[in-house]
Each structure stands twice: as structure tokens, then as C-alpha cells.
Design a protein around this ligand. Structure first.
Ligand code: NDP
Length: 288
């Protein structure tokens, strides 16, 4: 059984990016510059954005954090997005999700200039992905592909079952794994909250990807022996032994599933760090 170490893999990718930045700097080019917009005080969002900014520092990118109040109006937020679109110093930017309920997140994401949309959430980039045209790939599914690639996990001809159909994880993951590419060439099944006989389907998965946001949902009886298990979930569960009062756990019951999987990602330290590495990669691409 192999632990797919996203933390170490992300670090290796960040070292590679750092080297590219250093070479570019030596030839007089500009540093890539990523901006992140955060609205309100959601502690999980703050933590994710903090990690992204720290990673920028590590690889030698410039970064900007735009902190906006929870009660900002949608038109004001879109004005901020427009200002970033127009700012020549910024190569790419993200609007950290979720946004407060009074804001239509889709309208905000559509206001982002597609060429600066390093999260790959704009309909133009999502459309390009679905047509197989090169585009910014959404960071989480791209990170999973990269990890499968770096760990030399065969995907061609395999049955990949994806739990969750969100536009940022499940759906683009299905598109990427079904492409005629490497990694890719999987036969893909997408499951969601209305799927019947879920365990029967997951037991046929050579590669099982869980992205539903329910702690320990995937249990050992849902796994085919030897399956590759990718846990995207990040769930905060109470833990009085921790100073913070909580700990992070995935959608997979890791301790039970680890016995039958051939490879598995931990949480934390699996898909999460890979997501950050792919955001940096997109920003590097935005600068070229
Ligand atoms: P969403 O809430 O947008 O989507 C969840 C999906 O899971 C939906 O398609 C939903 O189905 C499906 N679902 C919910 N319950 C069940 C069930 N009982 N059986 C089968 N399917 C179910 O979540 P996201 O895709 O944004 O995120 C999923 C998880 O991944 C979260 O824990 C999130 O924190 C984490 N995440 C981690 C990232 C990382 O970097 N590691 C990045 C992004 C997300 P339906 O469509 O029918 O409602």
C-alpha cells in the first residue's frame, strides 16, 4: 500500500517553480504576481488563502491579499474584480469561495477576466476544458491528475468513480479523467446525492475519488481491494484534544480503508497541498 504524499509532491513542484522563477529573474523578467480576494472572516477561507500567499512567497512570486468586509455589496465586489482585471501588475487572481449568501458567486466569477482566471472557474475556461482546448485547469482536479502522474498510477482503461458533481471538483475531474490523454482514458462514473446503490458502484472503482464534504463517508465495505483512493474532502470535526478545538478529516474513513486500498491520499497532506501547487503553476502560466 502506498501513501500518496501530497505535501511532499507539492513541495517538489514548488521547488521546480522556484527554480523557473529564479531563471526568469536572472534574465530580467518580471516576477509572477498572484492576488487573492477574500470577503468576510470565514476561518477556513482565511486559512486557505494564508497558505496560498505563503506558497507565493516560497516560490518567489509577488502576492497581494485584498480583504473585503462581509457586508460588501455585489456591485462593489465586482468593481474590485474589475480593478484587478485592469491592473497590469497582477498576472492572475482568485476570489476565495464561498462568498456570503447575499452575493451571486457565479456573477462574480464571470466578472473575472478569463486570462487572469487562475482558478479556472470562468465559463470560458470551463468550456475550453470540456472541449479539450488548453486552458487554466481548476486546481484541485489538476492536482489530483498531477499526483496520479507523479506516482505513475496507470489510469488508461480503469474505472474511475467520482463522488460529487460540483463545478470546481467532481465535474472537471470527470472530464479530465475521461480525456484521451495521460493521465486519462478512464471510464468514468459520477455519483451524487441522488445516486442509488452507491456502494455497489464504488465497489467497481479502480480509482475512487471522494469529493462530497461528509466526514468518513467512504467506508471499507465500499472499496474494491487494490483500489486507488483519492480523498478530496476537508471537514472540520470537533476535537477537544486540539488547541483549536477541531481537526481536519477527509470524506474517507482512512484507518479502515487503508487496509484494502493499493494507494490512498491522507487528509491533511494529500489533495490540499496539491491544489496550492497547481494554483502556482497556473499563475506561472499567466505570466508567460
Ligand atoms: P459541494 O458541496 O459543491 O458538492 C458536493 C457534492 O457531493 C455534490 O455534488 C453532492 O450531490 C454530493 N453529495 C453530497 N452528499 C452525497 C452523498 N450522500 N452521496 C453522494 N454524493 C453526495 O462540494 P465541493 O465539491 O466544493 O467540495 C467537496 C469537498 O471537497 C468538501 O469537503 C470541500 O471542503 C473539499 N474541497 C477540498 C479541496 C482541496 O483542495 N482539498 C478543494 C475544494 C473542495 P448533489 O449535487 O446531488 O447535491
Amino acid at each position: 500500500m502506498m501513501i500518496l504524499d501530497g505535501k511532499a509532491t507539492s513541495k517538489a513542484i514548488q521547488e521546480e517553480i522556484k527554480e523557473i522563477v529564479a531563471i526568469r529573474m536572472a534574465s530580467g523578467q518580471k516576477r509572477p504576481h498572484l492576488a487573492a480576494v477574500i470577503v468576510g472572516d470565514n476561518p477556513a477561507s482565511r486559512s486557505y488563502v494564508g497558505h496560498k500567499i505563503k506558497a507565493c512567497e516560497f516560490v518567489g512570486f509577488d502576492s497581494s491579499l485584498i480583504e473585503l468586509p462581509e457586508n460588501i455589496r455585489q456591485d462593489e465586489l465586482i468593481d474590485e474584480v474589475q480593478a484587478l482585471n485592469d491592473d497590469q501588475a497582477i498576472d492572475g487572481f482568485i476570489v476565495q469561495l464561498p462568498l456570503p449568501d447575499h452575493i451571486d458567486a457565479q456573477a462574480v466569477l464571470e466578472a473575472v477576466a478569463p486570462e487572469k482566471d487562475v482558478d479556472g472557474f470562468h465559463p470560458i475556461n470551463a468550456g475550453k476544458l470540456s472541449l479539450g482546448i488548453p486552458s487554466y485547469l481548476p486546481a484541485t482536479p489538476a492536482g489530483i491528475l498531477e499526483m496520479l502522474d507523479r506516482y505513475a498510477i496507470e489510469t488508461a482503461g480503469k474505472h474511475a468513480v467520482i463522488l460529487g458533481r460540483s463545478s470546481i471538483v467532481g465535474t472537471p475531474m470527470a472530464l479530465l479523467l475521461s480525456r484521451n490523454a495521460s493521465p486519462g482514458n478512464c471510464t468514468v462514473t459520477i455519483c451524487h446525492s441522488r445516486t442509488q446503490n452507491l456502494a455497489e458502484i464504488t465497489r467497481t472503482a479502480d480509482i475512487l475519488i471522494a469529493a462530497i464534504g461528509k466526514p468518513h463517508f467512504v467506508t471499507s465495505d465500499m472499496i474494491k481491494p487494490g483500489a486507488v483512493v483519492i480523498d478530496v474532502g476537508i471537514n472540520r470535526i470537533e476535537d477537544s484534544t486540539k488547541k483549536s478545538g477541531f481537526r481536519l478529516t477527509g470524506d474517507v474513513d482512512f484507518d479502515a480503508v487503508v487496509e484494502s486500498a493499493s494507494a490512498i491520499t491522507p487528509v491533511p497532506g494529500g489533495v490540499g497541498p496539491m491544489t496550492i501547487a497547481m494554483l502556482l503553476k497556473n499563475t506561472l502560466q499567466a505570466r508567460t
